[in-house]
Write a protein that binds this ligand. Sequence first.
Ligand code: UD1
Length: 376
Amino acid sequence: HRIACVVAARPNLMKMAPILRALAACATPIESILVHTGQHYDADMDGDFFTTLGMRAPDIQLQVGSGSHAAQTALVMERFEPVLETTAPAAVLVVGDVNSTLACALTAAKMQIPVLHVEAGLRSYDRAMPEEINRVLTDQLSTLLFTSEASGMHNLLREGIPAARIHFVGNVMIDTLQRELARAAPVLDVLRQVNLAGFLQHDTRYALLTLHRPSNVDDPRRLRMLMETIVKLSEDVPVLFPLHPRTRAMLQRYELGKLLDTPRVACLPPQAYRAMLGLMKQASLVLTDSGGVQEETTALGIPCLTLRDSTERPVTVSEGSNAIAGRDASVILALSRDILRYGGKAGRIPTFWDGHAAERIAGHIGRWLSINEEPG
Ligand code: UD1
């Protein structure tokens, strides 16, 4: 049995690595073909992750690069279709909610190739997020849907997906986190790498910030407000801020980078997996608009403030260490100061975030493949 497995953007890699391992170890022989669409392509967004996570190089590269939503989605489809024609896989496995996820799911579904979606059913109920559209449509096109938290099942049932297709398997991103945790980089090593060894010399604590959602960084007023808030927060605690390429581009475009030119805020290049894990693990507080970081901080028990109005990962709030801070400067500052003063809630680890999600997925896929090959 051959399955085409698609990766595209940085967070896909941490999700796919354990799945490839589990498919290779599955009782039903499964041959995986690894397809990289090339949505992310910079070495620091992509290259390190393959080596660190023990992933083999992609078998097929589509090299689509950046573009508008329509252009990027269309180019992935155009280049993925001939790959499916020549490789004729029994199924296409996609993860997450990036543009390539939907593009590959749509291409496969039109060719009547079953789609298997990992991280199905997450909903922010905010259609202004491009990922929400990708999530809803990919789930509608999928034959097997693997959910990471209980909310996923409820959302999918409400959207009319038959229960028999949905499997609650847990969180594959946490499979990778558990495997790599012992190798997380010490913060001082990370700082040394970027010539900032002295940055924390007077502090034992720091806050970690990541931002990349278009709703936060593409709007100059919002981005200015967030940067001013961070500079204020840095009076209480130094802030480490690894910059996503989108965010770096927007800070330049709107000439806001100079706001961060203060001794208590350090902008870093995008970080390698183990470096980022080290930065999260030792932070007093994490502020983010990333979905993955909300989950990783919950797994680590590190207080997280989500700089958005909603989350598609509600278990990180109901059980984990996450809180929705919204986008009001005074609320963000007040919640941050509370955490610094009293420590945030530690939370607990959600069900099936236990390092074995990918094995469950491979088990379900193996059974599904065997049932489908039975005559009649
Ligand atoms: C994408 C995903 C988002 C995910 C994020 C993780 C979509 C709609 N968005 O957002 O869900 O959370 O990846 O990082 O699929 N760029 C580079 N180098 C790269 C990649 C991008 O410089 O290797 C720059 C380009 O200017 C590009 C911009 O970043 O235009 C945005 O890249 P894109 O892949 O469109 O979206 P992300 O913001 O990375």
